[in-house]
Design a protein around this ligand. Structure first.
Ligand SMILES: [Fe+2]
Ligand SMILES: [Fe+2]
Length: 266
């Protein structure tokens, strides 16, 4: 877990996770140093202690005013309740569905919630954060955001990539490696893209293009400059016709376990 600056006023709190032989994945949260500071997602459940420590290097959590929860997966909600309990001014931006799903595990206090639908915006003092549904997602709760102050598009899981090495800049990954890593991730995370209407998906990609983001900050990609947007969109456009991801089955698991047993016996 470490932090780096994506651009002036936007920090990344990041962890790299080994995805069982398929590559490494960045798990990012972001701090927007707005007049009312915003944390976008809260790291993984497993790494909450490390996350809180790293977050403290870029902001005092007591200064945060908003958590923008892009969705409720375990790699996004890790320190959510811890932060809420420690800071009574903190409010959680999410969708109606987000509140519903959290209610099955760890309910959100309703007076601490701020509900948004796509197109609606939250005023954080010196800028508006506008809710944008990204073109790919693994959870219908998903709500990305366009920071109208910095011009950054926070895309949640969309545009993620499985990579051998995870640098801090997407531009430090070769074009081919980035494309392959992005396509693989999208076939894992958004397998429904294989059955999507191609024209409607192209139109969803176009809606990101017209945002003309200065940067794309995905939960699962190194920070990407706006100048990389064509590459990012081009990779996603390939996903509907890419090979579907098929995970290891029981026979493969037994081979892996036998390997491990053999290795430990040697
Ligand atoms: Fe997710
Ligand atoms: Fe995620």
């Amino acid at each position: 877990m470490h932090t780096y600056q994506a651009m002036a006023g936007v920090d990344v709190v990041t962890q790299t996770v080994d995805v069982g032989g398929f590559g490494n994945l960045a798990v990012n949260a972001f701090v927007i140093h707005a007049e009312e500071p915003v944390l976008v997602d809260t790291g993984s459940v497993m790494a909450s202690d490390d996350f809180m420590h790293a977050l403290g290097a870029v902001i005092d959590p007591a200064d945060l005013r908003w958590v923008w929860l892009t969705h409720t997966d375990f790699d996004h909600i890790g320190s959510l309740h811890r932060l809420l309990e420690a800071n009574e001014r903190l409010r959680v931006v999410t969708s109606f569905l987000g509140v519903g799903i959290m209610g099955l595990a760890a309910p959100l206090p309703m007076d601490r919630v701020y509900l948004v639908n796509p197109g609606q915006a939250v005023d954080v003092g010196d800028r508006m954060l506008r809710a944008v549904r990204p073109p790919a997602f693994d959870n219908p709760i998903t709500m990305g955001l366009h920071d109208e102050g910095s011009g950054v598009f926070f895309s949640s899981d969309c545009f993620g990539a499985l990579l051998d090495e995870v640098p801090e800049r997407a531009e430090d990954v070769t074009e081919v490696t980035l494309r392959q890593g992005q396509v693989l991730w999208a076939t894992v995370d958004s397998s429904w893209l294989h059955s999507v209407d191609r024209a409607r998906f192209a139109s969803a990609l176009e809606q990101v293009r017209v945002l003309e983001p200065t940067m794309v900050l995905s939960s699962h990609l190194p920070a990407a400059q706006g100048t990389s947007l064509d590459r990012l969109l081009g990779a996603l456009a390939e996903v509907p016709d890419a090979s579907p991801f098929v995970g290891p089955d029981q026979a493969a698991l037994e081979l892996m376990l036998a390997d491990l047993t053999g290795a430990s016996g040697r």
